[in-house]
Design a protein around this ligand. Structure first.
Ligand SMILES: CC(C)(COP(=O)(O)OP(=O)(O)OC[C@H]1O[C@@H](n2cnc3c(N)ncnc32)[C@H](O)[C@@H]1OP(=O)(O)O)[C@@H](O)C(=O)NCCC(=O)NCCS
Length: 219
């Protein structure tokens, strides 16, 4: 019988996660939506929206011990992962069969590696990280907890990506740079200097965005 897993999140990113977990042989018992309580009971991507986090205890009691946080807000995803673990859930990993992860790479719990992504030798990936579709992380990188390496982002060797940093779609980081915690690297940016904690940078070469609204990266 397939092991059961619940996914916290019920948007586009949660669909991608569900697809990967099903490919790994898990049964997705449902999705949690903290934002819209009106979706409770509605069908969603081959399963159902169960309600919000108030459902966690009854899920545990019914024997669902595995969980995955499948939404894009980095800080919140990390918090939700910690919350699940402290309640007694096991956070699973979601590694697409068409991802390439070198044998020595350590991946934290709750981390997703999507289709076409590559993680090369010597790199370490934290917990609740998203390595999104076709992203590449080269050798000897460190990707801290809660970070999101966006679709098609390219990270060269020996780069450090800080906690909850977001590398947006198609961005590039040259080797040996440090991308600070909670920073945002805009779509298509090319980072050639270190990025300070909390900064938003964009452009080629990447420069600070003075007027960025610090938009949330909800998916
Ligand atoms: C960097 C980003 C987060 C900034 O968003 P924001 O705070 O809402 O910024 P705004 O759209 O208000 O733009 C602020 C300024 O920065 C510029 N800018 C925004 N993103 C830029 C980018 N990627 N490259 C170059 N300039 C950019 C805007 O043109 C604007 O300039 P102006 O003040 O001269 O008009 C956003 O533009 C981005 O790149 N998002 C990535 C989306 C993505 O990857 N989605 C996939 C999710 S899986």
């Amino acid at each position: 019988m397939a092991e059961k897993v619940v996914i916290w999140g019920a948007g586009g990113h949660a669909k991608v996660v569900a697809d990967i977990l099903r490919l790994s042989g898990l049964e997705v018992v449902g999705f949690l939506d903290e934002v819209n309580s009106g979706r409770r009971g509605q069908p969603f991507f081959g399963s159902v929206v169960l309600g919000g986090a108030e459902q966690l205890d009854s899920l545990l009691h019914s024997g669902v011990r595995r969980a995955f946080v499948g939404f894009g807000n980095n800080r919140r995803r990390l918090e939700a992962g910690n919350q699940l673990e402290s309640r007694g859930f096991e956070l699973v990993k979601a590694i697409h069969p068409a991802a390439v992860v070198a044998a020595d790479v350590k991946l934290g719990v709750g981390t997703m590696v999507a289709a076409g992504a590559v993680v090369n030798p010597g790199s370490g990936i934290g917990k609740n990280v998203i390595v999104n579709t076709r992203a590449s992380i080269d050798h000897d990188c460190v990707v801290d907890d809660g970070a999101h390496v966006g679709p098609g982002a390219s990270v060269a060797g020996s780069v450090i990506i800080g906690r909850c940093a977001w590398l947006a779609i198609g961005s590039t980081i040259i080797d040996k740079k440090h991308v600070g915690a909670d920073s945002i690297v805009g779509a298509g940016a090319v980072v050639i200097h270190d990025v300070p904690d909390g900064a938003t940078v964009a452009g080629v070469p990447a420069q600070m965005l003075q007027h960025a609204k610090k938009g949330d990266n909800l998916l």
